[in-house]
Design a protein around this ligand. Structure first.
Ligand code: SF4
Length: 463
């Protein structure tokens, strides 16, 4: 079982990695399966059923639209985010789908995409079943999939409840716990990003990896730019106004007034960090192009802290960006293997908590932290998010998600700085904090796990 940094950071579409990216991938996988098995020509109808958290909050997260796009051959990496809504509307209006992009079948939205609000599949809260029928109404192919967080999809018929996409590649420095990772660093005299890089080289050259990671960073920057420019109200009916453009204007004016001089306001950098996170998460809520990091709901934290690094840390450069992402991914892998990054499984501690921990580790690494200090930063980043519930108002990734990313970004920077003031020794290990997160998530009632049946979701009046 091996995970790459490119599994943790991938380009997708908002608003949710588990509820939008995952369902789109699953639907495409199903259609690809029809094609490769030669069953596509005989298919006259497809049906999709969404269960558990997907059924409960799928409308707000755009899961139904994602399924329609995936069935028509679109994938999260390449779908045109500007025309996706039009393509979905056309399918509903014309009452037809083009499976895999070409094969036409009749389509009735109400009957063919069913969201079950109270039913679940056995292996995971985010289950889906797809069915293809022939002209007699007989089932040609039926498959269940699980969207297990961060856009990862598991074929339920092949892998059952497996939590991690299986890859049996042998790594030079395998690790499944932070203790093992630290032991490798000590034995080999390597940093955490060195260990990750050495492992990554089994899949691709250093040159290719660097290019891919800087490509991910470019998408993050573009996302911030788009979020700073797009004014207006976010979709979904909550009437949440985008805040990034006006904050960007204010901060830019302050910058212009300062004209290179340092500000008397010691917290100005924090305002920029807030802006970077708001910009990303507003873009996510609007269905824009996003890097899952490690999920969409928590997609603002790593980019915001990386922007902090490149804007405010003297000597920041592309090498640092690459090392930041590698160290952050090492920590993300620990969460993925030993707990979960899915809000539907463990609440928001698994999304915003994991991202905060990853960003703290990445920043600590590029600020010169030792492996022990980086592990300490990651631990602080998750410890103070333990117990965080997932209760999105109206099932939309807006309240509390957008603001929560800004707060967690600042928290990640604080965690890195706290760790750098110590020598790496501390009482609560990262492994123990991750174990605590998993157990806390298991004890959490399902109403706090992305079902919008508890917390803020029931105490805030939707208007
Ligand atoms: S509350 Fe957290 S876990 Fe839930 S949708 Fe929002 S960001 Fe994701």
């Amino acid at each position: 079982m091996a995970l790459s940094v490119l599994d943790l950071f991938s380009v997708g579409i908002g608003p949710s990695s588990s509820h939008t990216v995952g369902p789109m991938r699953a639907a495409k996988q199903f259609t690809d399966g029809l094609e490769s098995s030669g069953q596509l020509p005989a298919t006259v109808r497809v049906q999709a059923e969404l269960f558990g958290s997907l059924g409960a909050t799928g409308r707000g997260h755009g899961s139904d639209k994602a399924v329609v796009l995936g069935l028509q051959g679109q994938s999260p990496e390449t779908v045109n985010t500007h025309t996706a809504d039009d393509q979905v509307a056309a399918a509903a209006l014309d009452a037809e789908l083009r499976l895999g992009g070409n094969h036409r079948v009749d389509f009735n939205w109400d009957e063919d995409v069913v969201l079950h609000r109270r039913k679940s599949l056995p292996a995971h809260p985010n289950g889906m079943t797809f069915r293809a029928l022939d002209h007699t109404g007989s089932v040609l192919r039926e498959r269940s999939y699980y969207s297990i967080g961060g856009g990862f999809v598991v074929d339920g018929d092949v892998s059952g409840a497996d939590k991690v996409v299986a890859d049996d590649t042998d790594l030079p420095y395998p690790f499944t716990t932070a203790d093992q990772l630290l032991a490798i660093c000590e034995r080999e005299g390597m940093s955490i990003s060195d260990v990750m890089l050495a492992n990554e080289l089994v899949w691709r050259s250093e040159e290719e990896l660097r290019e891919r990671l800087l490509g991910i960073w470019a998408v993050m920057q573009e996302c911030v730019d788009n979020g700073c420019a797009a004014e207006g109200i976010l979709p979904g009916g909550l009437k949440v106004r985008r805040r990034a453009p006006s904050l960007f204007k204010k901060l830019s004016e302050t910058d212009a007034e300062l004209n290179g001089a340092s500000s008397a306001d010691p917290l100005l950098a924090m305002e920029w960090v807030n802006l970077f996170a708001l910009a990303v998460n507003e873009e996510n809520a609007a269905g824009g192009r996003i890097v899952t990091a490690p999920t969409n709901g928590a997609a603002g934290i790593v980019p915001a802290v990386l922007h902090y690094y490149t804007r405010f840390v003297p000597g920041a450069n592309d090498d640092g960006v690459v090392r930041f992402l590698l160290a952050a991914a090492a920590v993300g892998i620990l969460f993925k293997i030993n707990a979960s990054i899915s809000g539907a499984e463990v609440g928001c501690q698994g999304e915003v908590g994991s991202a905060c921990s990853m960003a703290a580790a990445g920043l600590c690494e590029v600020l010169g932290g030792t492996p022990e200090q980086v592990e300490n930063a990651a631990e602080v980043g998750i410890e103070h998010n333990l117990g965080l519930t997932c209760d999105p108002v109206g099932g939309l990734v807006q309240i509390p998600c957008i603001e929560r990313n800004a707060i967690a970004s600042v928290k990640a920077i604080n965690a890195a700085r706290l760790a750098l003031h110590g020598d790496g020794s501390h009482k609560v290990s990262l492994d123990k904090a991750i174990k605590t997160m998993r157990e806390t998530g298991a004890d959490m009632k399902s109403k706090y796990k992305e079902t919008s049946r508890g917390g803020l979701a029931v105490n805030v009046v939707e208007c």
